[in-house]
Write a protein that binds this ligand. Structure first.
Ligand code: GRF
Length: 225
């Protein structure tokens, strides 16, 4: 996590579907605002749109079929070992889970401790797991949002890097709320990667200290507009 990198940070992205968060990272790289490159995009779904986005950007895309691993007692670990082999082959320094619909095992978590991020569509620790936006509506919260965090053993439980808040409106459906949360996801994920690339993130237990120089902006990102 050096602040004086001379080479772009090598990213490995794990995605299962649409890949709009991957696209936000690609856009930031192409705009020159993120000192990183997509080293590889890996998916457990052959037809994931994320793989198509990688190809369009000129980045390597890898489909890793989970089927041969299913049914083995150590199947999940063996699958993650196969992913790890790909990540290492491409010299990945930071792993991004971006709509990756598999729970990662300690094989990956230990290899990339404090070097693997996830984006989640709720203000964690509220509403971990699936359908965070729907749960927010069901609970009647007034403020929803999204979280970028480091990945640890507990699902959606790792140290929080950035959060963005989104007001819940009376007429919201899970879809309309998800759409507004997604806009914020696309702001904070590239920003979290940038902070990492610049060596401005320090993990202290559950907390992530963000270097003072960017604290003002980080604070703005944590509050509703
Ligand atoms: C996002 O809402 C993200 O927070 C969640 O899964 C969704 C992925 O969307 N983890 P996309 O594939 O990045 O468009």
């Amino acid at each position: 996590m050096s602040g004086n990198r001379t080479t772009p940070l090598r990213l490995g992205v794990l995605a299962s579907g649409r890949g709009s968060n991957l696209q936000a990272i690609i856009d930031a790289i192409e705009a020159g605002s993120l000192p990183a490159r997509i080293a590889v995009v890996i998916s457990n779904k052959k037809d994931a749109q994320a793989l198509e986005r990688a190809r369009k950007h000129g980045a390597p895309d890898v489909f890793l079929d989970p089927k041969p691993f299913a049914g083995r007692p150590d199947g999940r670990e063996a699958y993650d070992q196969a992913i790890l082999d790909v990540l290492r082959r491409y010299d990945v320094e930071l792993v991004l889970l971006a709509g990756y619909m598999k729970i990662v095992t300690p094989v990956l978590i230990n290899a990339y401790r404090n070097r693997m991020m996830n984006i989640h569509p709720s203000l964690l620790p509220a509403f971990p797991g699936l359908e965070g936006q729907k749960k927010a509506l069901e609970w009647g919260v007034k403020i929803a949002g999204c979280t970028v965090h480091f990945v640890t053993e507990g699902v959606d439980e790792g140290p929080i890097i950035i959060q963005a808040a989104v007001a819940v409106l009376d007429g919201d459906t899970p879809e309309t709320l998800a759409e507004r949360i997604l806009e914020q996801e696309h702001r904070i994920y590239p920003r979290a990667v940038q902070l990492f690339a610049e060596g401005r993130l320090q993990v202290e237990g559950r907390r992530v200290r963000v270097d003072d120089a960017v604290l003002d902006e980080a604070r703005a990102l944590r509050n509703p507009a």
